[in-house]
Design a protein around this ligand. Structure first.
Ligand code: GLN
Length: 198
């Protein structure tokens, strides 16, 4: 029996926010990025990135265009990676203020949680990823207040999780697409590829 590894086709939700930086980061890793603006464009994709931006704006668009349910179904069956606003959309519960979310990732998040003075910061710290310290760019970041039992914490900021994985769902409260380091995107591509062996 032979197994063939197929280049994964990974979508980037391109409604609003910094989706083009994610597409560029994916291209760097060799995966084929596909911009997704309509529910039917999810068909045939092996994984999806939900970018940073403004989660309320994305949510309104998703609800208005009948996209919310299809996206929720995609998140239950395929690997997804949410950064910042994208992580907020994936969460089980959103606070400050409360808003609807896809409930795909067993975390409780608080939006804009670091206060006005330190709402944006670049930190470099050790993480669970091999290869030394990782640069992490935070922009009006949410804080992960709690995680469910099956959620693995890969990095922390002031003891709060900032990079988490639950099975084939990955989420960061920072913006790995804005740094040169591609380790986080590579991890996601590996998660997608490992589900894609025929
Ligand atoms: N503050 C934004 C929100 O609550 C997230 C910020 C970001 O994605 N950089 O949706």
């Amino acid at each position: 029996m032979t197994t063939t590894r197929i280049l994964p086709r990974i979508g980037v939700l391109a409604i609003q926010g910094d989706y083009s930086s994610h597409a560029a980061a994916l291209a760097d890793t060799g995966a084929g990025p596909v911009e997704v603006r309509k529910p039917d464009q999810l068909e045939g994709l092996d994984g999806l990135i939900l970018p940073g931006g403004e989660s309320t704006t994305m949510l309104k668009f998703l609800e208005k265009h009948g996209f919310f349910e299809t996206l929720g179904e995609f998140c239950r069956t395929k690997p997804v990676f949410g950064t910042c606003a994208g992580a907020i959309l994936l969460a089980r519960e959103v606070r400050h203020p409360a808003q609807r979310s896809l409930g795909a990732l067993d975390v409780v998040v608080e939006r804009n949680s670091y206060g006005r003075q330190i709402d944006s910061a670049i930190l470099t710290a050790e993480t669970g990823l091999p290869g030394g310290p990782l640069e992490m760019v935070f922009i009006r970041a949410p804080r992960i207040l709690s995680t469910g039992e099956t959620v693995e914490v890969l990095a922390r900021r002031e003891n709060f999780p900032v990079l988490v994985r639950q099975g084939s769902i990955l989420a960061a409260t920072f913006h790995p697409e804005l740094s040169q380091d591609r380790r986080v995107h590579k991890l996601f591509v590996e998660i997608v590829a490992s589900r894609n062996v025929r």
